[in-house]
Design a protein around this ligand. Structure first.
Ligand SMILES: [Zn+2]
Ligand SMILES: [Zn+2]
Length: 362
């Protein structure tokens, strides 16, 4: 019998960490901290860690890996399983990583005699994956952060082989939204066409979203695209992992040649700037007085992103998680006795598929 303990990430946005126990053994799914001032860790204790056989990491964002140092402090010395790409992206080196290669996609990989897993791409970030885990007789599905309709990244669920999962843990990050990412890209393109003399600035993060938007606009507008130095490593990763991508390589090669290598000045370029570097963003905005800032995600109270005047910015929300319809579709494709919806303050440990279907949550 599986015992799932939610150590963070359900009913909140951040510190994703799930402890699953079976027959006196346990596994951990992700080990993140909150993206707040305190980097609030998950409710992980020495007693949890003592039982853990293996840790599965979905991707390199802080809300999924930020508490790995805490895990070590609490005495964990077992394997920390992740894709090769995720391991390369980690900011702090991690001693016990055990990576799997792209060629192992869809195959059963054995950890020990009670634990085996399959993985596949989850479309959220280059290198991000879901897991199908066999733990003694039980089977678990963990979506990680999932994007069904990335422009560049593959997202494919496990093949349907009649498996009924004992527990599924599914990303419900954008449960309150109904969005088609391709339509958003088209709307952005139209907007940029309609404002030919305005430079465009995208505050951007190390995410699949940034690469999707930059390459789509490169392909569909005649504007110069400029990517800030701090975001270049993201595009390097795309170069290294063609198997993770939907798009043809030529688009990315052209993009690299024209947007990453050339440094020519352009009056009305499209700029991708690190969103965390407020000072750099403001400096660019001061130099380009007619620029329009485009926000593509949540803007929270107290955030510098709330301080712009109406004619300075525009919102085009692009999904980095499943929206309402995606969550319903994912839940239906993954047959599970029990589903836990995570990554949203609008869902909690009591949220059921039927409540979602009846729209009782939102
Ligand atoms: Zn993420
Ligand atoms: Zn996340």
């Amino acid at each position: 019998m599986l015992n799932v303990e939610i150590l963070g990430g359900v009913g909140e946005y951040g510190r994703n960490c799930f402890f699953i126990e079976n027959n006196g053994h346990a596994i951990l799914l992700d080990c993140g901290v909150m993206n707040n001032r305190h980097n609030t860790p998950p409710n992980l204790t020495r007693a949890h860690v003592a039982k853990v056989d293996a840790v599965f990491i979905s991707h390199s964002h802080t809300d999924h890996v930020g508490a790995l140092p805490l895990l070590e402090t609490l005495g964990y010395t077992g394997p920390i399983i992740m894709s090769e790409m995720t391991a390369q992206q980690l900011k702090q080196p991690c001693k016990h990583t055990r990576t799997f290669k792209p060629e192992s996609i869809g195959k059963w990989l054995v950890v020990n005699n009670c634990l085996a897993f399959q993985w596949g791409y989850s479309g959220h970030l280059i290198g991000s994956v879901w897991y199908k885990i066999r733990f003694f007789e039980e089977v678990i599905f963990y979506s990680g952060d999932y994007v069904v309709d990335s422009f560049l990244l593959k997202a494919e669920l496990p093949i349907e082989d009649g498996t009924v999962y004992d527990v599924a843990i599914i990303d419900s990050g954008h449960v309150e939204k109904r969005i088609n990412n391709l339509e958003v890209l088209q709307q952005m393109t139209e907007y940029i066409h309609a404002n030919p003399s305005c430079p465009i600035i995208f505050p951007s993060s190390f995410s699949g979203k940034t690469a999707d938007i930059a390459t789509y606009l490169f392909q569909h507008t005649t504007r110069a695209v400029r990517v800030d130095h701090d975001l270049l490593s993201l595009f390097d990763n795309y170069d290294k992992a063609p198997e993770n991508l939907l798009a043809t390589k030529t688009l990315l090669q052209q993009f690299k040649l024209e947007c990453l290598a050339k440094k020519t000045e352009s009056e009305n370029a499209i700029y991708f700037m690190p969103e965390r570097d407020e000072a750099k963003l403001m400096e660019l905005l001061n130099n380009k007085s007619t620029a329009i800032v485009i926000f593509t995600g949540y803007r929270n109270k107290g955030d510098y992103k709330m301080r712009f005047s109406k004619n300075q910015y525009k919102d085009f929300f692009y999904k980095t998680h499943p929206d309402y319809h995606d969550i319903i579709a994912l839940s239906q494709k993954i047959h599970a006795h029990k589903t836990i919806y995570f990554h949203s303050s609008l869902t909690n440990s009591e949220t059921t598929f039927l409540q979602l279907l009846k729209e009782e949550i939102i």
